[in-house]
Design a protein around this ligand. Structure first.
Ligand code: DLL
Length: 433
């Protein structure tokens, strides 16, 4: 199913010609309207006229989150506030949030991009969908909200939290689809089980995103709910959700390439990588007016597949996010991503999909403790010391095989680790404490 079939299945040569035209427009527009870009491009000798092919993008400097912070709040806006109709912001853990603005034109495009991705996984005007992302400055809720309304779905803006009420609506409204972070979807499933209402709910589709979710965790969520779980990627700086998402075949997330140009780079050296190579995703917006982003370093690690998809879309597909270059933990010289740990943990039936990674430093040496929750169903294990030790040893062994380093595995009681209604925060870094 398509929302804008002509665009989504455009032959690649045509698509690339469109991208080139829009790239030139974006560079020209940004130079004319945004002093930050004008200064940068003048220094680098960049003008729209000099861009003759898409690969010429390599001569344009990168933009980073620090650039947005340094120009806080509106310094990168391409339009006066009179023409900005919406502002969102992402809550940074350090310093000022990053603030983004949208013109009406941007909001229309945003709605189209989200509508395409929701349609690609089977949402339609027959779908009743509950949005359990937090409404507010976060782009997730309103982004999905307007995209789903655009396809005529019946949208219930529940926001996050109030889990029991959400479960009641799911039963009473016969809700078909859920929009949430994967961790909150899993938590809602656990609560539904506890309340004995799981089999009274008939969710068919999960539109998940905004945080990493390994295939193993996705399988667990599907098993709990009996739904079809899909992954959606985006970030506020680029628009919000709607940058890329699964189609029904789930062989990678289709990038809305008529509005976003994607590259991968070596995050250490900044060198552009061969197409298809795993690296840090760099995105250039091609149509945005409110806050165009040129060669924005996302810090998210992925690889892009340019082969056409069996679904008929010609838009390239990016893999699930493998991690963030700044989430990568360097432990005694070894690079470790939380997603690797999650994949190992999820295959153990005795544990719940809840874990925490605690980093400490002693005598200049880093240690990683992996705290894992015993699942409710396996709580009998807590009475059997020998079995617990055996489970812990098996987890430790598998982690060592995959990561190549020793970790300390601690099994903790059911429901003792914190639950998240928004993005989960699983790393506790105490190394500088
Ligand atoms: O999370 C936008 C969004 C909302 C996307 C709802 C999808 C669904 P930010 O709050 O700015 O925006 O966070 C962006 O979240 O750089 C990634 O590290 C992470 N992220 C987003 N989607 C995914 C995903 C929204 N599907 C940051 N898988 C990004 C893994 C994701 N990580």
């Amino acid at each position: 199913m398509f929302f804008q079939k002509d665009i989504e299945t455009m032959p690649r040569a045509e698509l690339e010609a469109l991208q080139l035209e829009r790239l030139k427009w974006t560079v020209d527009y940004s130079m004319k309207n945004i002093p930050f870009y004008r200064d940068r491009f003048e220094k680098a000798g960049v003008t729209a006229d000099k861009i003759k092919s898409l690969s010429d993008i390599q001569y344009i400097p990168y933009t980073t989150k620090e650039d947005i912070r340094d120009t806080y709040p509106f310094g990168l806006f391409g339009q006066p506030l009179k023409n900005i109709v919406r502002i969102h912001a992402s809550s940074g853990t350090t310093g000022k949030p990053t603030v983004v603005g949208y013109t009406q034109h941007d909001l229309d495009l945003w709605g189209d991009c989200v509508a395409r991705l929701c349609t690609a996984v089977g949402a339609s005007d027959e779908t009743l969908v509950q949005i359990a992302f937090g409404y507010g400055l976060f782009t997730g809720a309103l982004g999905l909200h307007y995209g789903l309304e655009k396809i005529g779905a019946t949208v219930v803006p529940c926001s996050s939290g109030n889990t029991e009420k959400q479960l009641m609506f799911m039963q009473d409204f016969k809700t078909d689809a859920l929009v949430a972070t994967p961790s909150y979807a899993q938590f809602m499933g656990e609560t539904a089980k506890e309340l004995g209402v799981l089999d009274k709910i008939n969710l068919k589709l999960g539109l998940f995103g905004s945080e990493g979710c390994t295939e193993e965790l996705r399988d667990q969520i599907e098993k709990t709910w009996g739904l079809f779980a899909t992954d959606n990627y985006g970030m506020s700086e680029l628009m919000g959700p709607g940058v890329s998402g699964d189609c029904h075949l789930r062989t990678g997330m289709h990038i809305n390439e008529d509005h976003f140009f994607a590259e991968t780079i070596n995050s250490q050296t900044g060198e552009v990588l061969e197409k298809g190579t795993q690296g840090e995703l760099v995105i250039t917006t091609l149509s945005k007016e409110g806050i165009p982003m040129i060669r924005y370093r996302t810090k998210d690690i992925t690889e892009i597949n340019y082969e056409p998809c069996d679904c008929g879309r010609t838009f390239a597909r990016m893999s699930k996010i493998r991690g963030r270059s700044d989430d990568m933990m360097k432990i005694r010289g070894v690079n470790v991503f939380p997603s690797q740990i999650e994949s190992v943990l999820m295959v153990f039936e005795e544990i719940a999909p809840h874990y925490q990674l605690v980093l400490t430093r002693e005598n200049y040496s880093d240690s990683l403790e992996v705290k894992v929750e015993i699942s409710d169903a396996s709580s009998v294990l807590l009475e059997d010391y020998r079995k617990l030790i055996d489970l812990r040893n098996r987890i430790h062994h598998n982690l060592k095989t995959v990561l190549g380093i020793d970790t300390k595995v601690s099994l903790v009681e059911p429901k003792s680790l914190e639950r998240f209604q928004g993005k989960s925060q699983r790393i506790l870094d105490l190394r500088n404490k």
